[in-house]
Design a protein around this ligand. Structure first.
Ligand SMILES: [Mn+2]
Length: 325
């Protein structure tokens, strides 16, 4: 069965649809969720976007971002719940039970692992972003892209391709980007809003994290621990550690780059890799997941254990790919 057709049918007969972002929300899940909500609105259908951890400051420029809710009202019965990039339902955070309670569950994902909890699953690991999948879905719904949808979908694509630098920058992704620009999106405007309006604390935290970086496995693995003291020193808030791992990956010879952010009861691990080293393998060893080159985990183990396990798997991946090249 064509999942797009079944999902389009479910959505067009739903009076109230919940669209859920994953925890640690990014430009792809938020932009794509807002675009889908916009398309459903154009069809006269009510849609609510939920994000358990809200909308990161850098994404608040997205059209409709102000309407995103972070708490699920339990007095509402949802006809359809759509999850964006939630490989497992715990990725929906506080919205997990609302999703479970919906009459029909739809999962849209492009991560390496196929979600296994939904009635309808639209899974395409070849898609550069779920934004790419939802653009196709919106066409299936017969809705023309307006400027708001174009900005949201282009932001999904820009952020998930690292501004068209990662290996997922396919001809298909670039053709889609061109059509989204024609529909009113602007890459320079999105790049400025997402990456170039950082608070000074973020740039200072990056500096501290870079200074504290250690190299392992003959320089193939880079790692840094971000402590609560480092965060307090610069006055940074939650989410300001994102992007640091990709800077570590720019070091010559590095195949696997990792940041370990010490939180109250957890350690948040962000992993970026290249040359075929599997970031998602390392993430899975810590109970997380993700893509080949970008993955993450949040572990309740003590910091020392998390770092030890991550370094062990990262070194193995770095060694395996170095031997193969
Ligand atoms: Mn994505």
């Amino acid at each position: 069965v064509d999942p797009q057709a079944a999902i389009a049918r479910a959505l067009t007969s739903s009076d109230h649809t919940l669209i859920v972002c994953h925890v640690n929300p990014d430009g792809d899940c938020v932009g794509t969720a807002l675009a889908l909500a916009g398309a459903l609105g154009r069809l006269g259908r009510r849609a609510t976007v939920g994000s358990a951890e809200g909308v990161p400051a850098a994404l608040r420029f997205l059209p409709g971002a102000g309407d995103v809710v972070s708490v699920a009202r339990d007095d509402l019965a949802w006809d359809v719940a759509v999850t964006m990039e939630c490989t497992t339902l715990d990725r929906a955070g506080a919205f997990e039970s609302a999703v479970r309670g919906a009459r029909t569950i739809v999962a849209i994902d492009h991560h390496a692992e196929r979600p296994a909890y939904a009635h309808h699953t639209y899974w395409d690991p070849g898609a550069a972003a779920v934004g790419e999948q939802v653009t196709a879905l919106i066409a299936h719904l017969g809705v023309d892209l307006d400027r708001a949808m174009a900005v949201n979908l282009l932001t999904a694509l820009v952020t998930d391709t690292g501004v068209f630098r990662y290996v997922n920058t396919t001809p298909r992704a670039l053709r889609l980007a061109a059509s989204l620009i024609e529909a009113g999106g602007s890459i320079p405007d999105i790049v400025e809003a997402v990456y170039e309006r950082q608070p000074p604390s973020s740039v200072r935290l990056l500096g501290a994290a870079l200074v504290a970086t250690t190299l392992h496995t003959g320089g193939a693995v880079a790692a840094t621990v971000i402590t609560p003291a480092m965060i307090a020193d610069v006055g940074a808030g939650p989410g300001e550690t994102s992007g640091i791992a990709s800077v570590l990956r720019t070091i010559d010879g590095v195949r696997m780059a990792m940041t370990f952010e010490q939180r109250a009861d957890t350690v948040r691990v962000s992993i970026r890799s290249r040359y075929g080293a599997r970031a998602d393998e390392v993430a899975r060893a810590l109970g997380g997941g993700g893509h080949l080159a970008a993955a993450g985990a949040e572990s309740r183990l003590p910091l020392d254990d998390v770092v030890r396990i991550a370094l062990e798997f990262a070194s193995r991946e770095a060694g395996r790919t170095a031997a193969a090249s």
